[in-house]
Each structure stands twice: as structure tokens, then as C-alpha cells.
Ligand binder design. Sequence first.
Ligand code: PMP
Length: 417
Amino acid sequence: MTEPTELLARRTVLGPAYRLFYDEPLLPVRGEDVWLEDADGRRYLDAYNNVPVVGHGNARVVQAMAAQAATLCTHTRYLHPAILDYADALLAHFPPDLNRLMLACTGSEANDLALRMAQAVSGGQGIVVTHHAYHGVTQLLAQTSPSLAAVAPFVRTVPPPMVGEGETVAIAARRWEDQVAQAFADLQAAAVRPCALLVDTVFASDGIFPPAHGLLSGGAAAARAAGAVVIADEVQAGFGRLGADWWGFARTGLAPDIVTMGKPMGNGYPMAGVVATAAVVDAFAATGRYFNTFGGNPVAAAVGMAVLQELEQRRLPERAETTGQLLAAEWAHALPALGVAGIRGHGLYWGITVAEHGAAHSSTRASRVANHMRQHGVLISHSGPQGNVLKIRPPLTFGTEHVPILLDALVQALRQT
Ligand code: PMP
């Protein structure tokens, strides 16, 4: 068995742009449900990974993948029933007007396609995103991802919508509406025609702010008044992550024109998609064509269907809702005395802002907490603009039986950092 130290020494071949998690990087060799196992046979509770939404090594998904791969794997220029069956099954989880599906392999590709659609519909180029958003790796998306790089001249940023202490949702929603309207006005003043309001509906990179019901609707209206379309990026929030509503946009009562999704869609098999109204897809097709070599091939369709069946039949989004309620109660009981400055979340997506202790910067403490937990067998991470938000986002098979293990490791880590 290759040792972690040996692999670390060999990693120069990948170059310096890559980053590993943890002071002592992990070498997992096996995954099963919510558990990862390292080379020494030590098990870690995975409270971080959202891609294996129906669990690591899910038997139904693996069997569907293997059976279809052994039968046929082509592309989307031949007829195949599986892609149509998958489209019907997925679209059943969307409002009736969002009734077209186009498939890709990564969230970045999905967002890129969504922006091409938005350009076709609006005739514009101007995009509004939140201050610390992340939307993908392509040249265009890097330039619309302020958490990654400087934004392009045709991009403006607004704060993530937040309900302040003692404030009503209506007041916060009105403030965000004004900020979005101002951002589009600013683009127009620079002779940039509005194209899209692009929002991650859980505001993950902004520090995890699952929006209250109604918080985004005014901003969406302001975008449409400026001639832009509304894109909900569900790459993080989608597929039941935030509980029984299935989608972040549904939970907050937003009516997007375009929805993008990825990460958990194939439980690890690279799958992503764009769901949009017929009008949007028709406008795009009038000016552009689309072919994605791997996106939506028969194996992807089989895998995607298996993921949906697991989510539906095991009622995992509903279970995430219930487990999330237990977590909320446990956090409220255990954490306030332990130097925590804010707890936000719903379902199985939680952000916990760690307060500074003494002279140390809080991001160092958040990092120490994540490292401490890793040493004690529980995997989480930390993010946000200052890196001081603990990020807890397990597979949706994480149940109430796993809560005490997570909580115990978190409390110990907060006590000792
Ligand atoms: N949008 C959001 C909100 C994301 O979190 C990510 C990935 N972190 C992406 C888009 C890009 O997805 P991918 O890495 O699959 O290209």
C-alpha cells in the first residue's frame, strides 16, 4: 500500500495550483455510505461531501452504472429511451413551466450553457452575482466568480441577501431588490446590456446563507425589469440538500427561468444539467447548437435515474429535513458557549461561524477545528470570505444516528481550539 508521505512527495507532478485538505492530508481508499476508510483501516464519518448524495459506493447506482456500461455507452446523437425517461423523472420535480432538460458533465458546463441561453434570450451580456460567489472553472465563469478571480467588466456584484438582527424578511428583500436594481443600472450606465442574475441558492461561497422564503423574489423582479433572466445555480443546494423542497429556489419561493445542477446528480459519475422553460431553450436553439460528447450518454442517464430512485424511494430529502431539525436543536443547545458567532443552515447544509479566540485570527481557529475533527475521525471543512465558517454538508444518508458522533467531535474540537 502506498503511504500518504510517499504520495505527498510525488505530488509535485500535479503542480502548485492544487490544494489538499487538512494539515495531515487524508488518503481514503474506500467509501461506504457515510464512511470513508483510510489505508490503515481507520474509518471517518463523512460530514462534508455532497457529491455522494445517496452514499459512497451506493449499490443501486454502481449496479446501474456497470450494467449500462456493459451494454452500451454512446452519445446523444442516437436515439435512446433512458435519456427521455430520465428527463421525465427529473422534470417531475420541477414546476410545470420548467420543462426542458439539457445535459452536461460538470456544474461549470451547466452554468456556461445557462449563460449562453441567457445571452440568447436577453441579447445582453451583463451579469450580476453575489460578492463572494463561485460558479465554475471556465474562462467565463472564473470571471463571474469573485471568490476565485477578478470579475469581468460586464459583471457586477451584490451582497448575499441577509435578514439582519430584528429585521423582517420583507425589509431585507426590499434592500436586496434595490441592490440588484442598482447593479443592473450600473451595467447599463456602462453601456452593458443586462443578461442574467446568477445566484447560488444557498450562497455557499458567500458563507452559507440559505435564504428565507420570499427573500430573493424582489431581486428577481428587478433583474427581469432590467431585461435579464434569472438563473438559479443549484449545483450545491439541489437534490434535497436543503430538505423536502428538493431545490433552494423552491424553498425560498423563487421562480427562475433557468436552473443549473451538477455535483450530486450522478453521485460521483460526472453529470450536470440545465433545466429551463421552453421559451428559453427555443431562443437558444434559434441562434446556437449544442453537443456534449459525454453529457447525457446512456450510462449517465442510467446513473441519474438510480440516484433519483434512491432519493425518492428512501425519502432522503425528507430525511435531511428531519435530521436538520435535530442538528438545529443540538447546535442551539451545545454550541453558543463554545465561541461560535453564528449558526445558519437547513436540511443537511450548515455553516457555523467560528469566533476568534484571543489573538489568533478566527480563520486559523476554523481551520484548527476542522483539523482537530479530522484527527478524531469526522470530516468537515471551512470556507466563507474570511475562511471562518465551518462547512457541514454530509451525504443525505447521514441520519439521526450519526448526529451524536458529529456533535461530540465538534464540541471537543471547539473546546480545544
Ligand atoms: N456552482 C456552484 C455553486 C459550485 O459550488 C460549483 C462547484 N464547487 C460549480 C458551480 C461548478 O461545478 P463543477 O466543479 O462541477 O464544474
